[in-house]
Design a binder for this molecule. Structure first.
Ligand SMILES: NC(=O)c1ccc[n+]([C@@H]2O[C@H](COP(=O)([O-])OP(=O)(O)OC[C@H]3O[C@@H](n4cnc5c(N)ncnc54)[C@H](O)[C@@H]3O)[C@@H](O)[C@H]2O)c1
Ligand SMILES: [Zn+2]
Length: 408
């Protein structure tokens, strides 16, 4: 007869069972340490600590074609001589198992084993794929992240999570496998396009709304100029914004790093409707754009439900618009939002946990998808559509986008 678990759900021995049967509970605590280093120096200097991390063990650097073209020399100069570089041609639509397999296959030929290292140098797509590979190789090896986009430096590159897309499901496969070390060097941001900088600011606006009124003021004051000047000016305010947004994000994550102490996370603001929007647009909507639309819709829902004043909604929408971020797209419909809420609930342990801001620095959760009827969604979507009509009349044209294979 196979052995039975004789502990009931509360952990007490099941009284109905004879005491001669055995029960054993294994409780293991894992210590996780992650250092995030910030340097606004020129890149050759800012990347100096990579030598320490890559020397004395086998090391595979993973980067993407653009970063390789722009920064190969500085990367080669910063890492140990024996480190190999793999240039992975990947983007959001190819953030998949095939790319993880490419890294693993290259890693096995280096060879990369326990004690060795992967380093992801690039945007969130590159660091996510690298981290997933690091989580799987030999059941988990160290990796270092060098995020080179604004999204990466304040969000994707610094957290514990990593994921890839699978069969139309955004971030369906992944792990909580944080980097051993992160290196944030804002000088990388100077080669980003205005569009890429705006996308990063969407994540910064998110973190500012959730927990930092001063950061929100700062972004209102300087973000447009930083986008216009390619993050060159005003330099010290740009640096301050990146470091402040990154540390606020880290503080928020530290409370519940493995999301096992509840699924309601304020930093999920802007990340409930956006995954489905991204995938049904065939990834023509970038992550940052989808997050901006999601935040705008969430603000409109908050106002419609009377949870906040319309003056706060106006302020957020005005900032997103001033940054050149979309606040509406024709794909938005109550049905899509309903689907997105159901998907979020599946992802967040059975409940939607929609984050609704009430003022800067304060949020509430709408726990269940059923608490948000389609009339409220329709009113909120209309608020945004009317605002577009009343201002520029412009909206993102993604209506011709092909539907993904499986947009659930
Ligand atoms: N793991 C997480 O916790 C987390 C959090 C947020 C976002 N993400 C993920 O991050 C991804 C978005 O990341 P992203 O916005 O960085 O996009 P991305 O990784 O697609 O990068 C965008 C483009 O910028 C190029 N690029 C990178 N650095 C550059 C530089 N310095 N100069 C010029 N071009 C450069 C890249 O080659 C790429 O073509 C999404 O897949 C999202 O799901 C993950
Ligand atoms: Zn995001």
């Amino acid at each position: 007869m196979p052995p039975r678990n004789t502990l009931d759900q509360s952990g007490r021995p099941d009284a109905a069972e004879p005491v001669t049967e055995c029960a054993y509970r294994c409780a293991v605590v894992r210590h996780v340490q992650q250092d995030v280093e910030f340097s606004d120096a020129v890149l050759a200097r800012a990347l100096r600590s990579l030598k320490h991390w890559t020397e004395g063990r086998n090391c595979l650097i993973v980067t993407t074609p653009t970063v390789n073209r722009l920064y190969r020399e500085v990367i080669v100069g910063a890492v140990s001589e024996s480190a190999e570089i793999l240039v992975l041609d990947c983007d959001e639509s190819r953030k998949d198992l095939a790319q993880v397999e490419r890294i693993c296959s290259h890693a096995s030929s280096v060879p990369i084993n326990r004690g060795d290292l992967l380093v992801g140098i690039g945007g969130g797509v590159c660091t996510d794929i690298t981290a997933v590979a690091a989580a799987w190789i030999r059941r988990g090896i160290d990796h270092v992240r060098v995020p080179t986009t604004l999204v990466g430096q304040v969000d994707a590159g610094i957290g514990y999570k990593c994921a890839i897309n699978f069969r139309g499901y955004k971030s369906y496969l992944g792990s909580f496998h944080g980097p051993r070390h992160v290196l944030i060097a804002p000088k990388f941001l100077q080669s980003l396009s205005p569009k890429q900088l705006r996308e990063g600011f969407a994540e910064i606006v998110k973190i500012a709304i959730v927990c930092d009124p001063e950061l929100f003021d700062f972004v209102e004051q300087y973000a447009e100029t930083l986008v216009r000047t390619g993050f060159r000016s005003p330099q010290s305010q740009g640096t301050e914004i990146v470091w402040r947004a990154a540390t606020r994000m880290l503080e928020e994550l530290e409370d519940n790093p493995f999301e096992d102490r509840g699924f309601g996370r304020p930093v999920d603001l802007g990340h409930t409707f956006s995954p489905l929007l991204e995938s049904v647009s065939g990834y023509r909507l970038s992550h940052g754009e989808a997050v901006a639309i999601d935040m705008a819709l969430t603000m409109a829902i908050s106002t419609t439900l009377g949870l906040t004043e319309s003056i706060f909604e106006d302020r957020v929408l005005a900032l997103l618009t001033a940054l050149g971020l979309p606040i509406y797209c024709p794909l938005l419909s109550p049905e899509l939002c309903d689907d997105a809420l159901q998907q979020a609930a599946r992802h967040r342990g059975g409940r939607a946990h929609l984050v609704l801001p009430t003022k800067i620095g304060a949020t509430r959760f709408l726990e269940s998808a059923e608490d948000l009827d389609r009339t409220v969604l329709a009113i909120a979507i209309n608020r945004l559509a009317e605002r577009i009509d009343a201002t520029t009349g412009e909206q993102l044209d993604v209506s011709e986008s092909p539907a993904p294979a499986d947009p659930r």
